[in-house]
Design a protein around this ligand. Structure first.
Ligand code: UT7
Length: 314
């Protein structure tokens, strides 16, 4: 019988050392700490300097692999979620395979589901492992969003940051796993051209994305609760994509759960797209907050428009 359960064995992360505060941004664009922190909850973000998307992803995966202490020959897939891989080919996932000596012959690829990417990577890796006979998968969310920002556009440049988060997952038949993934094609409210037309910056109609996020995330949470046959009260922690504290507060209200079940670190990192969920997961893990058997819901949303959520048992 196919194994359908999934356990997070270990996590890892990388945040570039360069910190940019709201006050730093107020020196280059017409904004201020009061506006940014009260409208978003963001206080700082990390920006790459000499780092590449690959160097960050490698650091996050190396940390996760060290902590997993597993036989690498049992790794059956490596999936990187990112909106901007360093190269179109080879993929970041193939370079991680090469540089970290993951087994030859396993599927490695990058996927783009914008800020929902980490959950998409988790579900994709699980699907591949289910047919592979191998036990472990490597999943990563890694982004260099600072390179896609128009630093004269205050409506976007204050929101995003860089970083990477990774996890080693294990396919098993004990830790229940349920997911929801979805998309609604829309090229108006959140767009970043790839540079082919000289356009290479993020454009966003923030208020539309805000409304989409609140309704989609709470709907995804309810669908996950139903699939997992648990109630919201049974969930120990909700790990939401870190875009805006007000979105997280609205979701908490909609699903009638206390805000302290929603870990927040967007004050430190801003919105790191596909890296945001694994950065939270890793931080909670490092603090010893995640204990075996805990029930966790992760939900992301973003460009595409896409959304993706998972019910996990730690
Ligand atoms: O990962 C998924 C991607 N993105 C998101 O999830 C973002 C979702 N949306 C949001 O988080 C919020 O909509 C924003 C934080 C982007 C914007 O907050 P808002 O409360 O929706 O503000 P707004 O866009 O309606 O702008 C309000 C005012 C405007 O001025 P006027 O027209 O009222 O005079 C803006 O020009 O705030 C102004 N404004 C700023 N002022 C100072 C916009 N950005 C800034 C800024 N500093 N950085």
């Amino acid at each position: 019988m196919l194994k359908e359960g999934l356990r997070i064995v270990s996590t890892g992360h990388y945040a570039p050392p360069k910190v940019v505060t709201n006050d730093d941004l107020s020196k280059i664009v017409d904004t201020n700490d009061e506006w940014i922190s009260s409208r978003t909850g963001i206080r700082r973000r990390h920006f790459v300097e000499e780092q590449t998307n690959l160097s960050m992803a490698l650091a996050a995966v190396s940390e996760a692999l060290e902590r997993a202490d597993i036989d690498k020959s049992e790794i059956g897939a490596c999936i990187v979620a990112t909106v901007k891989p360093d190269n179109l080919t080879p993929s970041m996932a193939c370079m991680i395979q090469a540089k970290l000596g993951l087994p030859e012959g396993i599927p490695c690829m990058d996927i783009n589901a914008a800020c929902s990417g980490f959950t998409y990577a988790m579900v994709t890796a699980r699907g591949l492992l289910m047919q592979s006979g191998k036990k472990y998968g490597v999943i990563v969310g890694s982004e260099t969003l600072s390179r896609m920002l128009d630093m004269t556009d205050r409506s976007t440049c204050v929101l995003f940051g860089d970083g990477a988060g990774a996890a080693v997952i294990e396919l098993n038949d004990t830790n229940k796993f349920c997911y929801v993934l979805g998309s609604r094609g829309n090229d108006e409210v959140l767009v970043c051209p790839n540079g082919n037309t000289m356009e290479r910056f993020v454009h966003m109609v923030g208020s539309e994305v805000f409304k989409f996020a609140v309704s989609t995330v709470s709907k995804a949470v309810n669908e996950l609760l139903e699939k997992a046959s648990v109630s919201a009260d049974d969930i120990d922690y909700f790990i939401c994509h870190q875009a805006n504290l007000r979105i997280i507060e609205s979701v908490a209200k909609k699903v009638k759960q206390p805000l302290d079940k929603f870990y927040v670190n967007l004050d430190e990192y801003g919105n790191t797209s596909s890296a945001s969920i694994p950065l939270v997961m890793n931080e909670m893990n490092e603090k010893g907050m995640l204990k075996a058997g805990m029930k966790i819901i992760c939900v992301g949303f973003g460009g595409g428009l896409t959304w993706g959520g998972a019910y996990l048992e730690w």
